[in-house]
Structure formats: C-alpha cells, structure tokens
Design a binder for this molecule. Structure first.
Ligand code: MTE
Length: 333
C-alpha cells in the first residue's frame, strides 16, 4: 500500500537547477556546520583528525522486495545521491557530509532489535530475517528537518504499529522509547564530545502510543528500493512524516514500551528549543529561526532552490491532526 501524500504543487520541477550548484551549497553548509540547534562550535573536527583513520568502504546495499503497487510518484523526489550525502547522524559528526564520510565501517549485519517493557511477549528479533518475512512496502514521504530544509524520500519499511502488536502491548503502555546503538568504538561521535555535538549518547527518542500505532509511522529498512546505507540509519530507523526529522531515530537496537513520557536526546540538550512532540508546525517558530517556510532539496541545485511554505503537520494534517485535538500545540511543541 502506498499512503498518498498531499498534492505536489509545492514541489515541482521549477525548483530544479544544475547539480554543480548543489555541490557548492553542500560545501557551504559544511563550512558553517552549525548543527541542528546551532548550539555547536564551528567544527574543525576533521582538521583535528578526531575521526580516526580512514575506514573501508561500505558493503553494497542489497535490493529489497517490497509491495510493488507503486503509482508514479506524486511528489518530486529528492535524488538518491542527495538523500545519502546530506544527513544528520551526530554519532558520525555534525557536518552534513560527515555521516556519509565516516559511517561506512558501521557493522550493520548481524543486527538485533529488542522490544521490552510493557509488553506481554518481550523479545529480540533478527532484523535481517525480519526484512525477509514481514512484507515490506514503499512509502513516499515528505521529510522536514527542524533546520528548515526538506526532502521527499521513497522509504521501504513496515508499519511500526503492526510490528509492536506482535509483542502484545499491555494497557500500561502509554509511550514508546527508542534507542540507537551505543558503540563508541564504531561511532566517533560517541567517543568524542566535540565530534558528537554534545549529545548525551545513546541517542534516544520517543512517541506517544497512539502516534506509534498510527499507520503513517513506519520502521524503515531501505530507501530507493535498496537497504539503508549506514548514514541514513542502517539497518533500521524510525520515520514519522508529520514530525521534524530529528524524531526519526537511526540504527535502532531497543524499543521499550513505557508508562511515562521518556526522555529524548534533543529535548535533553535544549528543552526550550525541542519539545517531545516535535510536530511540524509553521505557526510555532524555533526560538532562533522561523519555521514558516523550508528549502526543498530537490533535483536541482542551490540557485533554483526556492523556499516553499511549510505545511501544518508537514502536509499530513488530514491524517493526524485528530491525534492532538484539544491540545495547545504552542505549549506542546
Ligand atoms: N538518529 C541518531 N541516532 N542520531 C542523529 O544524530 N539525527 C536526526 C535523525 N535521527 C540523528 C538521528 C535528525 S536531526 C534528522 S534531520 C534525521 O535523522 C535525518 O535523517 P536523514 O539523514 O536520513 O535524512
């Protein structure tokens, strides 16, 4: 099944410019290196050689089998080369090209994911086996980063809610807490605060139970028809399209169903800037910049990238706004 996204009128070929311009933009972004909160010092970790020796190249990405009832994409897709080179994965550095440059040695196979806490049937699954048996589908989703850029990405994955049901959540399960691998040997940002942007590792995230059970929330194991590359969160990461990108925790090893709202990495680091809910909301500015519009990273380059208005719930309001009825979304940002 393909969940349809809103019409593509905001994301058109009009945004296209030459690839060369995009390369200059990336260089520029890397030079600025402000991090998602702009909290970080200008980075020169590379210059200081804090990443360690050059590592071998990544294992090739494997083709995935997924539900093929795929109509022509309604949205202009962000090219694969951009999806895999413009990333946030602070375990591998705070610059946009750091994850692609420094994550290729991450050992993603074998990989297990443990589900525990408020469930009747806790367990640990082999993620690679799971990919073969769960029935994968493609979902073309908008992704809006809190830094006011966006992409449209063809993810391959499965519904988080269907997966969680296998473990029989108890009635006390009110929230879902997620945790990324903690392995400082493999993740330079975890062994060096400067490289890792001051995040208290392991990176953690959370959803309310009804958000997790919503059919738009997926665990992704691939993009563009192949398994995820390490920089995008291989082998398994969360994608919740109506929330800012930082909710999309990568390289998950543990999911715990809990009674109380769990801590989340960005909220711990800067609570006044990053709330638990993190719903995309053009009406609630980040304390240091507007969230009213965004730069779509599309097929073109820097000089044709036009700002487009940001949509409430990132364009998924029809599907998810009811989850928050009666809540003051300025207070619960
Ligand atoms: N997950 C972990 N473990 N570490 C991170 O630094 N960054 C988040 C999120 N997941 C992050 C993470 C942020 S800020 C964003 S915008 C998205 O990943 C980016 O996902 P992408 O690189 O696949 O586009």
């Amino acid at each position: 099944m393909l969940i349809k996204s809103p019409p593509p009128k905001l994301l058109t070929e009009a945004h296209a410019t030459p690839e060369s311009a995009y390369v200059s933009r990336r260089t520029l972004i890397k030079g600025v290196g402000a991090g998602i909160g702009g909290l970080l010092l200008a980075r020169n970790a590379q210059a200081l050689d804090l990443f360690g020796a050059d590592k071998p190249q990544a294992a090739p990405r494997k083709p995935l089998d997924f539900a093929a009832d795929k109509p022509a994409p309604e949205l202009a897709l962000t090219p694969e080369a951009k999806v895999t080179t413009h990333n946030n994965f602070y375990e591998f550095g705070t610059g946009k090209t750091d994850p692609a440059e420094h994550s290729q040695q991450l050992k993603t196979e074998p990989w297990t994911l443990t589900v525990e806490g408020e469930v009747e049937k806790p367990g640990t699954v082999d993620v690679w086996k799971l990919m073969g048996e769960i029935g994968l589908e493609e979902r073309i989703y908008r992704m809006r980063c809190v830094e006011a850029w966006s992409m449209v990405i063809p993810w391959v994955g499965f519904e988080l809610g269907k997966f969680l049901k296998r473990f029989a959540p108890t009635s006390r399960a009110k929230y879902v807490a997620f945790e990324t691998l903690y392995d400082p040997e493999q993740m330079p940002g975890q062994r060096n605060r400067y490289v890792g942007g001051g995040v208290d590792y392991p990176y953690v995230e959370g959803l309310r139970m009804d958000e997790a059970m919503h059919p738009l929330s997926i665990l992704s194991v691939g993009l563009y028809g192949k398994t995820l590359p390490p920089q995008n969160g291989a082998p398994i990461r969360l994608v919740v399209p109506w929330k800012y990108g930082f909710k999309g925790i990568k390289s998950i090893v543990k999911i715990k169903l809990v009674e109380h709202m769990p801590p989340t990495s960005w909220n711990k680091l800067a609570p006044q800037e990053y709330g638990f809910f993190a719903n995309v909301n053009p009406a609630v500015d980040h304390p240091r910049w507007s969230q009213a519009s965004e730069r779509f990273i599309g097929p073109g380059g820097l000089f044709s990238v036009k700002r487009q208005p940001t949509l409430p719930f990132n364009g998924y309001a029809e599907e998810v706004a009811s989850l928050y009825s009666g809540m003051d979304l300025k207070k619960f940002y």
